[in-house]
Every structure is written in structure tokens, then in C-alpha cells.
Design a protein around this ligand. Structure first.
Ligand code: ADP
Ligand code: ZN
Ligand code: ZN
Length: 673
């Protein structure tokens, strides 16, 4: 028996690797990439072995023994460790905070019961090496060319699959997958989707096509037991296809041969708390590291990807038409709200269009990106409005629950019977959310089957899926929803999309707002007309209610002209010196008083020399106060990514040394500015 010393990464904000002693025969040393149970403070925690040494600098009296090594679990690969290390370095986080939280919770507990059970269960399942797909439709020439280009690609080959909504990108992915699985007997494929609600649709497609292949899914609503099983199936190489949301990018996939990122433009690929990573960017890095192809699919690519395609760093494959024969892109029409005054939020042309769909038994979708009944209530006699006491935000009226609720801090209160300032009993809802539209529609079309899908209506686990199923079955006439309904869904009976109130985003202070709005509207528009128009059926159309019908963004939508719109936006960005021509990081600070947060940021600005780096002035965040905490930000910019990275590396050391009581976080490549 001799000793060796395990260097272990732990899930703690302390930016350090910890040494532990481990007694074992030299022949039975643990391996890098294995998990170990170690004492840490007063607790026992799971850490990741990142190196094994014969000696240590830690004085003997401080050194503790590791308690156990999870020898039954194959080590995480060197490539996986390199991915975690890259992410840690790039996003300026301790390695342990990147590597460990992504592992299933059941792996990070002191007992091995769940792990042993999962290993046993998976052991019974034979490895599936039957890559014979069934029921593949015949691809059109564009799809076939794309599938062959992706499926046949060798080495690092980033591809932008730019295909209009309904062009059959999914079939392209699936056929490319089939080619890769046929060629690589043990190969694994990772498919990312932006939203949990899109996994069931794709999951059933994949299962139907690849009945002999084990599929694992990874997303946040899996129960812990399932999560363990699916993660392990991927880690052990048994799952040949792994389908997941952004968190799946950190899955262990020892035989990864292809990565697919569906709807690559979607903001959900960016994690907005903790480790603020972009799953899309990490996916491209992972593909580069493994020298494998990666496909980024979208009808409205992010400007970053569009930029890469224009500069030929990504190969661009284009699908210009809808896949289903005779399914055409919907006609997009603008309704001028100055001329057509809305009633219950709906203009006459939109009401007529809805009525027509009802008569013909076709489905309609109304899109309004605002949940609740009304975003605020007010007193018309004294001007009181329902502010949140804890946030720079309004309390949203949820009429059915008789409540006002703040969507930022979740503060709830009963709807006041009278104005808190003047006593007036006639408080009015101001503005319109999905619930209010639903109420108005029920009054207008009492015979229609109306369904609202938003975060409020789908709180219960499984309820979103049930709701989408009813729409797919055709049991719904009018669907009202927020961005939840805008993405990816293949609603076959839908011929009308109404967009109620998109104008606010036109004048946002966030320079990304128009890119996002365009993508969102084009995506929601793309839900209409996905099957061939039947005899006597309606041609598909999209009606946008706006006060600014002359705005170029709407003009581009009417022409379905993403190309020109994106290229023009890119030119503007280049001129204004904005991403993707510039690299940014954001330091945010939070404190009970704004002055403290600003003070910290000012000190942070001056704590290191920053030649070649622009550090802007500290400013309050646009929503300054959330849950009684004030928030401020400091934007750091450079035209050179390596220069910015080098600066951040030094800066973060200094920031940690400041030991400020102010809570702060650093975000690299921020998307909300
Ligand atoms: P996208 O993801 O590009 O918006 P989908 O992959 O959802 O489009 O495909 C749109 C519709 O076209 C789906 O109903 C799909 O089944 C159908 N489809 C795709 N490819 C073909 C094909 N080659 N032949 C017939 N139908 C197809
Ligand atoms: Zn009042
Ligand atoms: Zn609040």
C-alpha cells in the first residue's frame, strides 16, 4: 500500500483544485476523470479527479484522505475534461463549477445506490447497433444534397443549414444522422433543440425512424432517476443519439461524431444564470476539438452565424422551398392600427380572417408575447398604477386567480378593491396579455374551441405536452400563445397566424431587439401553411397588427426576406462597432443600494491597466431593482477576442482579490445589454 495524491475539482466558487491523499496499490491507482467522494469543510462531496500525483505541496497536517472513488463509473474522457476546462477558462469560472453541476444529481450524492441501479439496468439492455432507419421519406433534391453534404462531411465542418420554415430541416438532420450511424459502428450523435417542448415531437420522429437505436434525452424536466439513466447511457456509449436542450452540450459522449443544433438562433441556447454559457458556441468548439461536423439549422440564423457563413467560415446550405409539395409560405399582411381600430385587441380584418377559418374548420394562432390578463392596473382618477414594491416593474393582473403578480420577484397580492391612494373603486386593466385576449375571443366566438398556451397555463408537469397534443389532434380552433408556441412546432392544420402587438420591441434600447423580433415573427409566421392547401381551403396568411407598417423590419417580413434584412443589420453592426464585430463582457453588481453597486463597478474599472480594452461607465441596469436589490453593470469591449480574454483572465483575479461584499458576476458574450 502506498499513497498517491488526487487533485480534485469541486463545485465551489473558490477558484482552486484541491489535493487529497489516497492509499492504494500502485497498480490500482484511480484514473483521471473518475469521481471521488471527499471531505470538504463539514461536508462530504463528490469531486472530479483532474490529476494524480506522487507528491503534494499541501502540508501533511492539512491533507485529508479521499473517502471513496467511484470505480464502477468509467472515467470521463480527456476530451470531455478538455471541454470543461475550455468552458471554465472562456467563461471565467472555476473548473469545478463547470464540470460538476452538469452531472446528474444522483452521481453527486454520498451513496452509490442510484448509480449501481442505473448501471445494472443499462447492463441488461444490449448495445444497439442496428443503424437501419425505417420510413424515411424521399427527400427533395435540396434536402438530399444537404443531407449528403452533412452526412458525408469529414473532420471539423461547421455548416449553416439555412432553410425557410417548413423546408424539412428535420428530415435533413435525420438522414444525415442515418448516414453517420451507418458509417460509424459505435458513433454517437448529439441533437440540441432550444426548448423542452420541442423534444417530444422530435423524440417520436427519431424513435420511429431508428427503432433499433438507443435514444437518450437530456433536459431539465427529467426526474432524477431518469436523468441518471439517460446520462449514463450517453456516457457508456450505449445511446447512439442524444437529444436535449442546452444543458446536453456538456453531456459525456465518448464516441461523438456529429452535432446538430436545431433553431440555432434561439436565445434559449444561452444560459442566463450561473455559468452563463452559449450552448451553440460550445457545440462549435466541441466539434472543432473532436474534428467532427456540426450543423446549425435555422430559417432565421443568428447574425453571428450569418456572419460566419458570409465570410465562408461556415459552409451555407440553403433550402428555399417548403418540403411538402404545394405548401407555400404564408402571405404576410400588415394591418395599420391607425386605420383599423382594434376591439378587444383584434382589428376587423383579423376578426374576419378568424371567422373564415372557423367556418372552414381550419386552425388559427394568435401570438402575443405577454402573459397575464393585463400588464398593469391603474386608477384613472389619481394616476396610481400597480408597481411592484420590490422591483422596477409592474404587478401583472391575473384575473382568474384574482391576483396581481410580479413576474420578476413573484410577489403576489389580491387585486385591491379600491385605489390604495385615493380610494376610487374603478380600477382599470391597462394593456392586454394572453388571458385578456382569450377572454375577448370567448365572447366574440363562443362556439370556438380556444386554447391558451403560455407559462401560466402550462405550469403543471406534462400539461404543455397535453396542450400541444390537442392542437395537433385538431381539437382546437384558435390557439393563443406567447413565444412558447412560436418555435419549431409542425402544426399541420394551421392556416392563419395573427400577431397582435409586436411594436414595442421596435424601440428597445437593446441593439439585438430587432434581430430577435424579426426571428420571432418569422418563426411564428412559419407555423402557418405547412401542408398543401386543400380544395376550398384557405390560403395561409399572417396578419400583423402594427402602428408602423412602413418599418423596414415589417417590409422584410412581408417579402420573407431574411437575407437582405440580416445583411443590412450586419452592415449596421459593423458601422456601429457592435457584435459580431466586437467582443464584449459584462460585469454586473448587485447591492441593496444602487450606490454600492456602482461604487464597486467604478473600483473594478480602475483596478487593472486596460490598454486596447474599452471599459464603459458603470450604469444601473435597465430594470434596476429586482426583489429589493439594485443592479448595475459595466460593459467591457474589444475588437479582439484574444485581447479581451487575456484582459478578463487578469481582471477576474483582481476582482476576486477585492473581496467586496457586493455580489458580482461576469458574463462573457452577454446577450442582454
Ligand atoms: P422545418 O424544421 O424546416 O421548419 P420540418 O422539418 O418541420 O420543417 O418539415 C415540415 C414538414 O414537411 C413536416 O411535416 C415534414 O414531415 C414534411 N416533410 C419534410 N420533408 C419532406 C419530404 N421530403 N417529403 C414530404 N414531406 C416532407
Ligand atoms: Zn386613485
Ligand atoms: Zn417584483
Amino acid at each position: 500500500m502506498t499513497h498517491c495524491f488526487l487533485q480534485i475539482a469541486l463545485d465551489t466558487p473558490l477558484n482552486a483544485i484541491f489535493d487529497y491523499r489516497w492509499a492504494c496499490d500502485p497498480a490500482e491507482r484511480p484514473q483521471v476523470g473518475q469521481l471521488a467522494l471527499v471531505p470538504f469543510g463539514t461536508r462530504e462531496v463528490i469531486g472530479l479527479i483532474v490529476a494524480i500525483r506522487d507528491t503534494t505541496d499541501v502540508p501533511a497536517e492539512k491533507l485529508k484522505d479521499a473517502l471513496a472513488v467511484r470505480a464502477q463509473l468509467a472515467p470521463l474522457s480527456a476530451q470531455w475534461l478538455a471541454l470543461a476546462e475550455f468552458a471554465a477558462e472562456y467563461y471565467q469560472r472555476p473548473l469545478g463549477e463547470v464540470a460538476l453541476p452538469g452531472l446528474p444529481k444522483n452521481l453527486r450524492v454520498t451513496t452509490t445506490v442510484a448509480l449501481d441501479r442505473a448501471i445494472k439496468k443499462l447492463g441488461k439492455l444490449a448495445d444497439s447497433h442496428d443503424p437501419t432507419p425505417v420510413g424515411m421519406p424521399i427527400l427533395n433534391p435540396g434536402q438530399q444534397a444537404a443531407a449528403d453534404a452533412i452526412g458525408g462531411a469529414q473532420g471539423f465542418a461547421p455548416t449553416l443549414l439555412y432553410g425557410v420554415t417548413g423546408s424539412g430541416k428535420t428530415e435533413v438532420y435525420l438522414q444525415a444522422c442515418a448516414q453517420v450511424l451507418a458509417r460509424e459502428p459505435a458513433g454517437q450523435i448529439l441533437i440540441l433543440v432550444p426548448e423542452i417542448n420541442l423534444t417530444p415531437q422530435l423524440e417520436s420522429n427519431i424513435r420511429a425512424r431508428f427503432p433499433g437505436v438507443m435514444l437518450a434525452t437530456l433536459h431539465s424536466s427529467l426526474a432524477e432517476g431518469e436523468r441518471m439513466l439517460h446520462w449514463l447511457a450517453a456516457h457508456q456509449g450505449q445511446a447512439r443519439i442524444v437529444l436535449g436542450t442546452r444543458l446536453a452540450i456538456l453531456a459525456s459522449l465518448p464516441h461523438l461524431k456529429l452535432i446538430v443544433i436545431d433553431e440555432e438562433h434561439d436565445p434559449s441556447y444561452k444560459q442566463q444564470e450561473g455559468l452563463r454559457y452559449s450552448a451553440r458556441d460550445l457545440a462549435v468548439w466541441r466539434a472543432w476539438q473532436l474534428k467532427i461536423p456540426v450543423v446549425l439549422g435555422s430559417a432565421t440564423p443568428s447574425l453571428e452565424s450569418w456572419h460566419h457563413a458570409l465570410s465562408k467560415r461556415y459552409r451555407k446550405l440553403e433550402l428555399k422551398e417548403r418540403a411538402v409539395s404545394q405548401a407555400t409560405l404564408p402571405a404576410v399582411k400588415l394591418i395599420n392600427l391607425e386605420h383599423d381600430k382594434p376591439r378587444d385587441g383584434l382589428t376587423q380584418p383579423l376578426m374576419d380572417a378568424l371567422k373564415l377559418r372557423l367556418e372552414r374548420g381550419e386552425q388559427s394562432l394568435l401570438f402575443l408575447n405577454r402573459r397575464g390578463y393585463s400588464p398593469v392596473i391603474c386608477c384613472e382618477s389619481c394616476g396610481w398604477i400597480s408597481d411592484c414594491q420590490r422591483c422596477t416593474a409592474f404587478m401583472v393582473l391575473h384575473k382568474g386567480e384574482h391576483k396581481l403578480r410580479c413576474h420578476h420577484c413573484s410577489l403576489e397580492m389580491r387585486i385591491p378593491r379600491h385605489c390604495p391612494t385615493c380610494g376610487n373603486i374603478d380600477l382599470q386593466p391597462l394593456g392586454r396579455g394572453t388571458q385578456r385576449v382569450e377572454e375577448g375571443l370567448q365572447a366574440l366566438f363562443p362556439e370556438a374551441r380556444i386554447l391558451r398556451i403560455d407559462a401560466d397555463s402550462t405550469r403543471r408537469k406534462g400539461s404543455a405536452q397535453e396542450a400541444f397534443d390537442t392542437v395537433h389532434r385538431g381539437d382546437i380552433d384558435i390557439l393563443i400563445g406567447t413565444q412558447m408556441v412560436a418555435k419549431g412546432h409542425d402544426f399541420k392544420k394551421l392556416t392563419l397566424v395573427g400577431i397582435l402587438n409586436p411594436d414595442t420591441a421596435l424601440f428597445s434600447h437593446d441593439y439585438r431587439a430587432s434581430e430577435r423580433l424579426f426571428a420571432q415573427l418569422m418563426q411564428v409566421a412559419g407555423r402557418a401553411g405547412r401542408t398543401a392547401q386543400t380544395d376550398g381551403g384557405s390560403a395561409s396568411e399572417v396578419l400583423i397588427q402594427t402602428r408602423y407598417p412602413e418599418h423596414p423590419l415589417y417590409g422584410a417580413l412581408v417579402r420573407h426576406d431574411y437575407d437582405r434584412f440580416a445583411t443590412a443589420l450586419l452592415a449596421e453592426r459593423e458601422q456601429a462597432g457592435l457584435p459580431p464585430y466586437l467582443y464584449q463582457a459584462m460585469l454586473r453588481a448587485e447591492a441593496p443600494e444602487l450606490a454600492k453597486a456602482l461604487e464597486f463597478l467604478a473600483a473594478a474599472r480602475d483596478c487593472v491597466p486596460h490598454e486596447g480594452i474599452t471599459i464603459n461607465d458603470p450604469i444601473p441596469m435597465s430594470m434596476t431593482r429586482v426583489y429589493n436589490i439594485d443592479r448595475a453593470q459595466l460593459l467591457v469591449e474589444s475588437p479582439s477576442r484574444p485581447a479581451l480574454q487575456a484582459f478578463l483572465k487578469e481582471w477576474i483575479v483582481r476582482l476576486r482579490e477585492m473581496k467586496s461584499r457586493v455580489k458580482w458576476s461576469l458574463e462573457v458574450d452577454p446577450v442582454d445589454i
